[in-house]
Ligand binder design. Structure first.
Ligand SMILES: [Zn+2]
Length: 86
């Protein structure tokens, strides 16, 4: 396995969280579904698929961005929508 993406600590066991810095050891590259499952925004996406129209995606994103998940939400955003988000 590669080293931690944050602190470069080796992560031979491939743990999800780095044993050194406690952050996610690796970029979520192996499965979009895996990523989608663990974020508030993913829940929003799933709800939109079921219930699209009752609340807009923008509102979900806005709400997500107001939480302490802001940074992660932005990363999710880029992964899902591309890097040219304005
Ligand atoms: Zn680390």
């Amino acid at each position: 396995m590669a080293n931690c993406q944050h602190c470069e600590t080796p992560n031979p066991e491939g743990k999800f969280n780095c044993p050194s810095c406690g952050l996610r050891a690796h970029p979520p590259k192996w499965s979009t579904q895996f990523v989608v499952r663990e974020t508030p925004m993913a829940t929003a996406i799933r709800k939109d698929q079921i219930d699209f129209g009752s609340i807009s995606m923008d509102k979900h994103i806005e709400r997500t961005n107001k939480t302490n998940e802001q940074d992660r939400a932005m990363k999710m955003d880029k992964m899902i929508f591309g890097n040219d988000k304005s």
